[in-house]
Design a protein. Sequence first.
Length: 496
Amino acid sequence: MARRGLLVGTAATALTLGTVSFADAATGDDVPDRTRTVRGTLPTGSPDYVYLPVEVPHGVREIAVSYTYEKTPVPAGTQGNALDIGIFDERGTDMGGHGFRGWSGGARSSFFIRADEATPGYIAGPVRAGTWNIALGPYTVAPEGLSYEVTITLRFGPAGSTPKPVYPPKRAKGRGRAWYRGDCHLHSVHSDGKRTPADIAAAARAAGLDFINSSEHNTYSAHSAWDGLWGDDLLVLTGEEVTTRNGHVIALAVDPGTWVDWRYRARDNRFGHYAKAVRRAGGLVVPAHPHATCIGCHWKFGFGEADAVEVWNGAYTPDDEVALAEWDNSLVAAVRTSKPWVPAMGNSDAHREPDKVGLPQTVVLADELSREAITAGIRAGHSYIAESSAVTLSFGASGGRGRHAGIGERLRVDGDDTPVTVRLEVAGAPGCTAHFVTDQGTLFTATLPESGAGVVEWRTTPVYAAYVRAEVRHPATVPGLPGALAALTNPVFLEG
C-alpha cells in the first residue's frame, strides 16, 4: 500500500509529514510482515530535516526501512538532489534527547533495527510500540524538487535479547611517558567508509600508530564494534564526527555510547551547548577540515569553543594551507589578547582505499597510553603532526639561566631582549626544508641534509618573536606556492 507524504507542521529547521499507521498489535504465530510505502516531493528551500512519523504497534521484532529518490540531471553549477536518512524511536526527536537510533546519511539505501542486531550506523535494541520517526535530510535539492519514496516493513515475533555492548578499555600498556602517534578522524562501514573496524585496526598498526579515534558521521554505533581489535599496542578511543550544515566537528574520545546531536546551524546558537556536552563526556571539541569545499563542510561556528583544530586533513591540499594560515593568525590573536590558544592537530579522514590511515598523524607527548593522558596532551598542545611514522621531530627553545621549553610550552626569560636559541631535530624527511615561523611570518629557513635527518638552530629574542613553530616542507611543485607539509609543530611561546 502506498500513500503520499503530507506536510502537517513546520518549524524553522524541520517539518513533519503525515503519520504512517499500521494495524493494531499482532498476536499469535506466523503473523505476516506489514509494509507501507510513502511517496512525496520536497521543494527547494526545504528545512534541513523532515520527519516521517510511523506508528509502531506491539509485537514488532524488527523495523526495516528502504528509500529511493530521483536524482534529476541538472545544469553545470546547479546542485542536484541528495537525501540523507536516519531514525528516532518512540522516545522522540527532541534535540539531544534519548530517541536517536541511527543515521547513515546518504551512505546506504536501506537499514533494519531489531533487539539483537542492526545495520551498521544504527543501534540495536527492542522495537517498542509508539511513534517512531524516520528522519530525512534533504542535503541538496534540485530546482525541480526532490521526489522520494520510503518503504517501511514491520516484522513480528519474539523480540530477542540485546547483547551488552563491549567498549574499548581506557588504557593500553604503552611505553610510559613517551611520544604516541594517533589518527583521530577515521570512517568505517558504520558511516560512509568502506573499511571494517578490523581493517582500520590493521591499517593503524601498519602505519605505526599507537591510538585511533572512532569518528563516524552522526552516530555512535561503532563504539561497540572494536571487541578483540585493541591491544597493548593500540588504544581505541570512541567519538563522533558531528556533521552539521555549517561544518563538521570531531567529538574526540567521549565516553563510549555518547551521541552528540548535529541538527543545528551557526545561526541557531546551539553549538556552545553541545560543545559543553562533549567535554562533560570527557571528550575534546575539534573542528574538522575547516576550509573544505564540500557543501556544509566549511566551518562557520568560530573557534571559541574549540579544544584543538584540524589544520591538516588527509593528503596535503590548498584547503589545508588556508586552514594552517587561519590557525597561525589565531596564535597572533592569542598573544595580543593574552587569551588561551588553540592547538593544531592532523588526521587522515580515511574512508576507503587508497586513503591512507595515518596520513597525517598527530604525535602526542603523554604520560601514558590512556584516554586521559592522550587528551590532556592534545589539549595542552604538546604535539606535532607528521605525514607518517617515518618522520620524527624534536623541537624546543632555551635561554636565560638554562631554561628550556618544549612544544606547546612557554619559555620565560628575564627580558624581551634576552637571547633565545630555537632548536629543531628532524629525521625521516629527505629532500625537505625546515622553516621557523613566528608572529611576523617565516623568519628562518634551512635545507635539510639529503638523508632527511639533521639539526637546525636559530637565535632570536622574545621581542622579535612572540612564538616560534616549525614546519618541514617538501619541495614546491607549483612556482610561487609553498611545498606540501611533511611535518608541523605546535608553537613554543617566548616571554621576556
